[in-house]
Each structure stands twice: as C-alpha cells, then as structure tokens.
Design a protein around this ligand. Structure first.
Ligand code: 6PG
Length: 253
C-alpha cells in the first residue's frame, strides 16, 4: 500500500503492509540488498546501522539465510549500531549480541567490519567514543554520519532507537551519539540522535504485531511529528522513509 506524504516529507515515503512477520522481515531484507548495491555503486562501501529489541531477530535470520546470504557483499560493509543497552557485549540484553548471534557470526562477517557501541563502558565515555569513531568514519560528509540503511523499530510508547518520550536525547541536535537515562526503565542507553537518523539515505521501520497497532497509527497520523512520539520525527528530508509492517500492526491505519 503506498501513501503520499505532504510535500515537506521525505522525497520517498512508503508504507508496505505484508501478511505476516516473516514476510515483513524478508521485505526489510530486500530493501537492504537494494540499499547495499546502490551504495557500492555510488561510494564503494555500504554502511548500515541496526537497532535492537526483539524485532530485528527475524530480519537478521532472513539475511543470514540461504535466500539472501549471497546477495549482500558483507566484505564491503561497515556495520554500525543505532543504539545499545549499557551492558557487556555478551549480556542477553545486548543489541550487539543479538546481531552477532543472528547475523555476524552466521555470515562470518570480519570483526574489523563491525563497530559496536561499548555498552560496558561508563555511558558518557561510551557515547563520546562512538561519536569520535563516527566523526572519523564520516569525515567526508562534514562529520554528520550518513548511513546507507538504518533499521528502526517502534516501541509501544512511540520511542525509536533509544529516543524515549520526554527524555533529553530526543531534543539533542549537536551530538550524534548520546547517553540517555530512561527513568521508566531505570537504565542508561546509548543512542544515535534525530539529526543522524534524518541524515540517513534509507530509514526503514520494521514494525510487527497487534501491540503496535495504535502507536503505529498515531505516528503515521502525526503529519508534522508529535512531541510525545519520537518516532514521528524520523523523516529524512533527502532520503527515503519506508515503513514495513505486518497486517496485525497495520490494522489501525
Ligand atoms: C532497543 C531498540 C528499540 C526497539 C523498540 C521496539 O534497543 O530496544 O532499538 O528502539 O526498536 O523498543 O522493540 P521490539 O522490536 O522488541 O518491539
């Protein structure tokens, strides 16, 4: 299903509704394959950034599966993360661990191609380290990271990445990566900020399940972005924004 956004939205905006989670994960994987070939043709390297949570597991499994594993030149990819929990890399809550177990190890992606957020570090220090790493990596784009593909999820409260409603990180416009204390979780997170998400060439939301129905409808209804729905502020002005959702999540739109 294709919807047109008001002219000030991203040049390419799309909502794709798939029958079930597996099909939606495959659609997000196909989008990555196309982003990879475009990026390699345009600038010789592919830089995706992945979120965490539970939803990416299906997506990673699809990419590591027989149908997709030969379609992406992972040796020419430099893999980054959208956010991280402040835990060690082997902790079950670690977004890096999820990617490692379901994508990086099965595909044998070389460790030197993977740039994780160091959740085990003191939060401010970890955020500054990743900021420095990104500024070096994207020196050519005036130090504003321009990822080729950003995979995002949607929380029931309208958060995306670790940009939770009412938290400081949502307002951040100077730093690319911040430590963010989330009172309702009583924990620190590391997260890319909105300017970085909006600099992406392709921002892809993968949203599954009935529990996301109301928040998805609210985010898509908020034409100019709503203060209490951080995900509604992701609108790359020069990139593409694709919402890939399953029928259960789409029931309210
Ligand atoms: C995280 C994520 C977060 C996630 C949403 C949705 O680290 O938790 O980056 O933004 O995408 O919370 O989570 P689910 O996929 O588990 O529904």
């Amino acid at each position: 299903m294709r919807e047109e956004l008001p002219p000030e939205g991203p040049p390419h905006f799309e909502i794709r509704v798939l029958p079930d989670p597996a099909e939606a994960a495959i659609a997000a994987a196909r989008e990555l394959v196309s982003a990879c070939s475009d990026s390699l043709a345009d600038h010789g390297v592919f830089r995706p950034a992945f979120s965490g949570g539970s939803t990416p597991r299906l997506f990673f499994d699809a990419l590591a599966g027989a149908a997709f594993r030969s379609l992406v030149a992972w040796s020419r990819a430099r893999i980054f993360f959208v956010d991280e929990r402040c835990v060690p890399p082997d902790d079950e809550r670690s977004n890096y661990r999820l990617a490692k177990e379901h994508l990086l190890d099965p595909l044998g992606v070389p460790a030197e191609n993977v740039f994780r957020m160091r959740g085990e570090e003191e939060p401010r220090r970890a955020a500054d380290e990743y900021e420095t790493l990104l500024r070096r990596e994207f020196a050519r784009t005036n130090h504003l990271p321009q990822f080729d593909y950003v995979l995002l999820g949607l929380g029931p409260d309208g958060h995306t990445a670790s940009l939770f409603p009412g938290t400081r990180a949502v307002e951040e416009t100077h730093r690319n990566v911040v430590e963010n204390y989330v009172p309702k979780l009583e924990e620190w997170r590391l997260t890319l900020t909105l300017p970085v998400l909006n600099a992406a060439r392709r921002a892809v939301f993968l949203v599954l399940g009935e529990e996301k129905r109301d928040v998805l409808a609210a985010v898509l209804r908020s034409e100019r972005g709503s203060a209490d729905l951080p995900a509604s502020h992701v609108r790359p002005p020069r990139g593409s924004l694709v919402w890939i959702v399953d029928e259960s999540a789409a029931a309210g739109i």
